[in-house]
Design a protein around this ligand. Structure first.
Ligand SMILES: Cc1cc2nc3c(=O)[nH]c(=O)nc-3n(C[C@H](O)[C@H](O)[C@H](O)COP(=O)(O)OP(=O)(O)OC[C@H]3O[C@@H](n4cnc5c(N)ncnc54)[C@H](O)[C@@H]3O)c2cc1C
Length: 379
């Protein structure tokens, strides 16, 4: 592996940094209103940032997973709320369509999504099945010309603003636990009600609870049919774990930079607080943790690009990076003293946002279970 980004990857990073400067003024209002402006998706689409890691022949930008992680790191440095909506859209909501959909599904849903003309989301988690996917209860039953869906989905990113959701439902419970397929549900849909949820973290990203009652999905909007798309779902989640680790890296960096800047200027008893060894050591440790997470994240991205990513590696990458973001942002608050609790400083928001990522995309405990299994133990 090369020790530096390629010229193209540096160009991607610079483009996203410029875009983040352009969008910075939107972050405060989006957090306050708990709402992400739709135009943001259009701008991402215009710059080719929604299809970074997809081939040009399919409408993407034709870059690699490393570039995708660079985009995530930079967006998260600005706002994890924005980056979460980006991730739910440009990976979870459309990757399975790109991977396992028909040409027609790619034309109708994937392409407009990478252009920022349609907003996507991914609805897997349920009130009784977050960590335990196999407990999924939402049921799809055959009907004339398609399927009828019944059930509920909880904590679905982008659901209040989405044009379509990729919704997981059980097709043949008598067959086996993994008979879960993905249904492309266009919104608004008769029988589907979305309640917007209010959150402590990633407030700019909109999240919904779905009530699903006899929602009709035509045959041409199904991925997987009766036997399901469970392997595609698992592969998508694994790859996205590397992606959200890059998000966590961006948050950790943002918290560190804020703390380091504060430690340079805040004087106590005539000394910069960074010169007190207790504070300087915190910053030293935080920088080492971030460096370790950075190597792991880009190693994981490289493994995706080599087509060699396995579930346990993805779990290690996600576990380390997300726990780093929580630890670093907590220390950043401590370094700020009382200011760390005030809204005018970013570190409190970053810590709330970071906590979402030791839960979402599989909790840290679930990542450890995946790693345990690889080590030959039975969680
Ligand atoms: C802001 C936000 C956005 C989200 N966006 C989406 C989305 O877009 N789409 C989507 O499908 N989902 C989404 N989720 C759901 C997320 O993936 C789940 O919240 C997560 O998987 C945990 O599930 P749960 O909340 O049901 O917790 P539970 O499964 O109830 O877990 C509760 C606790 O028990 C622990 N636990 C559970 N099982 C085990 C076990 N076997 N061994 C050890 N410990 C265990 C967990 O680690 C956790 O600490 C989102 C969640 C949040 C908070």
């Amino acid at each position: 592996m090369d020790f530096s980004f390629s010229e193209q990857q540096v160009a991607v990073r610079d483009t996203v940094r410029r875009l983040c400067r352009e969008h910075q003024h939107l972050v405060g209002p989006a957090e306050e209103n708990e709402s992400l402006p739709r135009e943001v998706f259009a701008r991402w689409g215009e710059l080719g940032l929604l299809g970074v890691r997809y081939p040009e022949s399919d409408g993407g930008s034709g870059l690699d997973k490393v570039s995708d992680c660079i985009v995530r790191e930079e967006l998260s440095y600005m706002s994890q709320g924005f980056a979460s909506s980006w991730s739910a859209h440009s990976h979870l909501g459309i990757w399975p369509i790109w991977k396992a959909g028909t040409d027609e599904q790619r034309r109708r849903f994937f392409r407009p999504a990478v252009q920022g003309r349609k907003i996507a989301g991914f609805a897997l988690s349920e009130p009784d099945g977050g960590s335990n996917i196999r407990a999924l209860k939402t049921r799809a039953q055959r009907c004339d010309g398609g399927w009828k869906l019944n059930g509920s989905k909880l904590y679905i990113t982008n659901a209040p603003i989405a044009d379509f959701l990729l919704l997981a439902a059980r097709t043949a419970p008598e067959l086996r636990g993994e008979a879960i397929s993905l249904f492309i549900v266009e919104l608004p849909a008769r029988g589907l009600v979305v309640d917007k949820l209010r959150k402590e973290g990633i407030r700019a990203s909109e999240t919904g609870l779905l009530h699903i009652e006899d929602v009709f999905v035509p045959d041409d909007c199904v991925l997987g049919e009766r036997l399901g798309t469970y392997p595609v779902i698992l592969e998508s989640l694994s790859e996205n774990r590397v992606g959200v680790a890059a998000n966590a890296l961006g948050m950790a960096r943002a918290a560190f930079d804020a703390a380091s800047a504060y430690a340079q200027t805040r004087l106590v008893a005539g000394r910069r607080i960074g010169d007190y060894q207790a504070i300087g050591h915190k910053l030293a440790e935080m920088s080492a943790q971030i460096e370790a997470a950075r190597w792991l994240v880009y190693y994981g991205a490289w493994r995706v690009d080599q087509n060699t990513l396995d579930a346990a590696t993805a779990a290690r990458v996600k576990l380390v990076a997300s726990e780093t973001a929580v630890a670093v942002s907590e220390q950043a608050i401590r370094i700020h003293g009382g200011a760390g609790i005030m809204r005018e400083y970013p570190v409190g928001r970053i810590h709330r946002d970071a906590l979402v990522y030791v839960i979402g995309e599989g909790t840290s405990e679930i990542q450890k279970n995946i790693i345990m299994r690889e080590l030959g133990f039975k969680p």
